[in-house]
Ligand binder design. Sequence first.
Ligand SMILES: [Zn+2]
Length: 457
Amino acid sequence: MRGIVARWLLQMLGVGALVAASSASFATEIKNLQLSTTAEGTRAVFDLNGPLDYKLFEIANPDRIVLDIRASSFAEGFATPVGRGLLKSVRTGKQGKDVRVVFDLAGGVRPKSFLLLPGSSSSRPSKGSEALPGGPSRPSMASGALGLLPGDKSSYRLVVDLFPRGKSKSEIVKQASPPMEKARDVVIAIDAGHGGDDPGATGAAGTHEKEITLAVSRELKRLIDRQPGMSAVLTRDSDFFIPLKQRYQKAREAKADLFVSVHADAYSSGDARGSSVWMLSARGATNEAARWLEDRENRADLVGGVSLDNKDNTLAAVLLDLSQGATLEASGAVANQVLQALTKVGPTHRGFVEKANFVVLRSPDVPSILVETAFITNPAEEKRLKSPEQREKIAKAILDGVHAYFVAAPPPGSLFAANARKGKTEQVASRKKPPDEVAVFADDDPDREILARSPKS
Ligand SMILES: [Zn+2]
C-alpha cells in the first residue's frame, strides 16, 4: 500500500519511478518540443505543464524510438519539429488518452531521458529522475554532452538525449564529462557529542565524554577521508558547544548521506559496559513530523529534494511520512552494520540496535545513527577510550559498518553506485582492511578479559 501511494505521490511531484505504470489521473499538456544537436548527439526537450507518466522504448527495422505520454494532450499551437541530427523525422499523434511521439532514427542510438522540475537550472536533472533502466542519469547530460537546455525553465521539462550507438560508453563519458563530474563522494557528517560548557558524562578517572567524542570523531574523519568515494565533515572540530538541532542541520547543509553522532555512555554503576548503536524511534519520527510541518522555516526547506511549502497539509504530511519511513529504514540498516562491526572490537551493550527519540537523529531525510562507543563510567572502558589505539579500532569499526552499508545501498551518483553498476563492488570491498587488522586486544592487555566476555543480553 505504502509503495503504491509513494509512487503515485512522487509522480505527482514529478520525481521517482516515472517509467512505472501508475494510477495518475491528471492530464499533462505538452506545450512545446525543441530539438538541438551537437557533435555528441541529439537532444529533445519537451515543455510540460506538469509532471508526467511516460514510457520510452526502442523498435528496430526501421530504427525508431517511441515515447508514450499517458493521459496527455498537445497544447494549442504545438508544432512538431522537423528532424535533425540523429533524428530523421519526428511524428506526433494521439493514441487514445495518451500522446505518442515517434522519433525516426537516422542510425542506431542509445537513448537516455530525465525530467527537470520547474525552476531547475540546466546543470543537473532532478534527483531520481532516471527514466530508463541502467542507473541514475548522469548530471553531465544536462549541460555537458549536449549543450545547455533549451526550453522554458518555469515548466516541467522532459529531456530525451540520443547518442550514436557506435560510440563506446567510455568514449562518450570522456567527451561528455568534464573532470568535475566524476562520481561524487558519499558525505558522512560526524557529530562529536557534547562540547564546550557541556562536558557530557565523566569517568571515574576524570575523563570527559566531550574529549573522547571529539577524538573518536576526528579519527573517524581521518579514516573516512582516506577511503575512495567517501568524505567526512565534522559538526565540531574543537571544544565548543553546539545546540542539538544545529548538529543535524549542519549535516543537512553539507548534503550528508549519513549522520553519525559519537558518544560515550554513562551509568550509575561502574559495571555497565559495551558499545551500542541507536536510531530514531518511530514515535520520535511522528513527533518530529508534527513539529516539522508546523514550522514555516522547515516547510520552506527541502525534504528529500522536495519542498513542502506549496503542498496542502495532508500531502505535506504524507510526503514527510514517506521520507521519514525511507530514512528510518536506511538508519536501521546502517545501525545494524555498525553494530556488527563493533562486535569485532569489543562487547556490545545489548547486541541489538536500540531506538530512542534523540534530537540529533531527527533529520527526516538523512539516515542518522548515534554510537555509544563504550561506557565512560566503567573504569576499564574509560581506560580503553583514553587509548588512541583503542579509539582507532572503534573508529575503524564504525567506518567498516558505514562502508558495508554504502556498498549494499549505494547513493545515486556516488562512486559506490558507479562501482556497483560496473559490477565492481568487490573492488571497493577489497579496499577494506584485511582481517588480521581486526584483531582486538593484545594478550597482555588488561582490558582483554573483561572485553572478551560475550555481550550482555
Ligand atoms: Zn553523550
